[in-house]
Design a protein around this ligand. Structure first.
Ligand code: AKB
Length: 332
């Protein structure tokens, strides 16, 4: 591995006039399918390959290329990159914050060893590499309101530690070898079609489903726990716009992106404007509450706005109306 790095020259990117060929790892998680849809609209269905270790549902399988890929299998991943002539790699495979704390060894394997494989392959094949980071890359000693792009990062979860490691490794390989590494720190992402799995911000998805089904949500965070959040369509658009940004516009390789910040009580109040009978009870879970208390309450995303024109569309009221409408439509 070391010799591969030591002997290499800097990366030369593919000709800009060609459509990218995109491989998405961890494609069946919360974000992969929606991002693939957006990219396929712009670059063609065949140019965007979803991958995961799970069997895809029939609608995903029939809507475009899907392949099995385990990020821990370096040789197979390399084979896919070569055979599909991949030029952009979106690395979504990861264990999230809460589930990572329940299985640290597995989180270390997927989030750190898997990332190392992807970094090596991106370098070897001159790929544009996107790795998401998160509000979870900050910790109790970080400035929390707002958290700027550059500050103290001492997270207390394996998820956060692996994300800081990813940010630093990617930036190191960019500076040393010219790797076209791009990283956005996502807030909690709110989606309808694909549920999140094992995160600390997941309540902010579940509350909508509970509001429309039983009318009762039991929240594992305290009512005043404020966290940065974002509608999934803003998250996908940010990712595509950032991937498309010319390298000369990027003064950083890791950017915060923000849209809104709310507490469980505030989102419940907004939902009550549509469903006045929603009842929320609070039963804070010590693991997730401790994690949330160590994360920023607000993100400073001024560099993303300035460098490559980032701007969110959804605020809290728009998010709530859209979530309730989308869940109702899905049930019809
Ligand atoms: C989590 O809660 O773990 C994720 C995140 C904020 O990175 N949604």
């Amino acid at each position: 591995q070391m010799s591969r790095w030591n002997s290499r020259e800097t990366c030369s990117p593919p000709p800009p006039q060609e459509n990218p060929r995109v491989l998405i790892t961890g494609g069946l998680g919360q974000l992969g399918v929606g991002l693939a849809q957006l990219l396929r609209k712009q670059y063609g269905t065949e140019n965007v390959i979803l991958s995961d270790i799970k069997k895809p549902p029939p609608d995903v399988f029939s809507s475009g290329p899907f392949v099995y890929a385990d990020v821990l299998d370096y040789k197979h991943l390399r084979e896919l990159i070569v055979n599909y002539r991949v030029t952009w790699l979106i690395h979504y495979s990861a264990l999230l914050s809460a589930v990572g704390e329940a299985n640290v060894a597995l989180a270390r394997k997927i989030n750190i060893t898997g990332l190392h494989n992807v970094l090596d392959l991106a370098l070897e094949n001159c790929l544009r590499l996107f790795v998401p980071s998160t509000i979870g890359a900050f910790g109790p000693s970080s400035p929390r309101d707002p958290a700027p792009d550059l500050c103290v990062q001492r997270p207390r979860t394996i998820y956060g530690v692996s994300k800081v490691h990813g940010e630093l490794m990617g930036e190191y390989l960019h500076h040393k070898y010219g790797l076209d590494f791009r990283c956005l720190r996502y807030p909690g992402v709110i989606s309808v079609n694909t549920p999140p799995g094992g995160g600390t911000t997941d309540y902010a998805v579940q509350i909508f489903h509970d509001a429309l089904s039983t009318g009762h949500h039991e929240c594992y965070l305290r009512p005043d726990t404020r966290l940065p959040m974002m509608h999934i369509s803003d998250c996908h658009r940010a990712t595509v716009e950032f991937m498309q940004a010319p390298e000369c516009q990027l003064s950083l390789r890791t950017y915060n992106i923000a849209a809104m910040s709310f507490t469980p009580e505030e989102v419940a109040q907004e939902i009550r404007k549509h469903l006045p009978h929603l009842k929320v009870t609070y039963n804070p879970d010590s693991v997730r509450q401790t994690i949330a208390d160590s994360w920023p309450v607000r993100f400073d995303d001024s560099n993303a706005r300035k460098d490559w024109g980032w701007a969110p569309v959804f605020g809290l009221d728009g998010l709530v109306s859209d979530m309730l409408r989308s869940i109702r439509d899905k049930r019809k």
